[in-house]
Design a protein around this ligand. Structure first.
Ligand code: SAM
Length: 231
């Protein structure tokens, strides 16, 4: 039902929401146009200003796009605050600021123009990472020849595995319809298949009657000695 009605990315977001908590540190390994970054920001931001999203992309255009998307959302919040300072009816403030889609704090996001295989270099050592998300393939609306590639995806998965905390999730949306996409899915699946059963729960959602639909791969890191709360 869920997959029939929604895109793979929307399904991924629903699952992230079950794992991620306010105040968490999370990583968007492929910012692209910023939709995942924004979704993550809304999940981690809390009123104390905790929660961090570390985002990365190898294309400057992608980071600009992500930054603009965050700016648009922040503008809405600033407008709401202006209304408050002008002492316009509190109900307007409450409605505008607390609406989930509008309440964001851009300063909680750090964007980096680097390959995701280097993610360990940008996340502070004392920050437990609860989610590392990949949305593989090319930048929608950009140059379709610039895509994620198996070799660096594999390195990034190894890095993600090291920095993820127990109870955390590595999430991948893998597009198989472009050159190299199917090979990349094989790399991801081989990586997942090699993870220890004692420490990881690895699964995928795939549309069997739509062979070119994106595949969602989820790698849950178990709490020591416990089953993951989701599974
Ligand atoms: N998550 C994005 C969104 O919500 O709009 C879409 C991501 S798009 C499908 C894939 C992105 O991965 C592209 O912007 C591309 O530049 C980026 N990318 C490709 N290789 C990369 C690498 N080695 N490290 C980080 N990003 C990479």
């Amino acid at each position: 039902y869920v997959f029939g009605k929604k895109k793979a990315t929307e399904v991924a977001h629903l699952i992230w929401k079950r794992v991620v908590q306010n105040g968490d540190t999370v990583i968007d390994a492929t910012c692209g146009n910023g939709y995942d970054t924004l979704a993550m920001l809304k999940m981690v931001a809390d009123e104390l200003g905790r929660g961090r999203v570390y985002g990365m992309d190898i294309q400057g255009d992608a980071l600009k796009s992500t930054s603009s998307l965050l700016d648009e959302s922040v503008t809405l919040k600033e407008k709401a605050l202006t209304l408050l300072f002008e002492e316009v009816i509190l109900i307007i403030y409450t409605h505008v600021v607390l609406t989930e889609t509008q309440c964001v704090q851009k300063e909680l996001v750090k964007l980096f123009s680097i390959c995701h295989s280097r993610m360990e270099e940008i996340v502070p050592e004392n920050s437990p990472v609860r989610l590392v998300a990949f949305n593989l393939g090319y930048l929608p609306g950009g140059d379709k020849t610039i895509t994620t590639v198996s070799e660096t995806t594999q390195l990034a998965l190894e890095a993600a595995k090291k920095i993820l905390i127990p109870g955390g999730l590595i999430s991948l949306v893998v597009y198989v319809g472009h050159p190299g996409g199917m090979e990349e899915l094989e790399t991801v699946e081989a990586f997942a298949s090699g993870l220890s059963v004692d420490n990881w729960i690895c699964c995928k959602f795939q549309m069997l009657n739509r062979p070119l639909a994106p595949v969602l791969v989820l790698l849950f890191k178990r709490y020591r000695g416990e089953l993951h709360t989701l599974v």
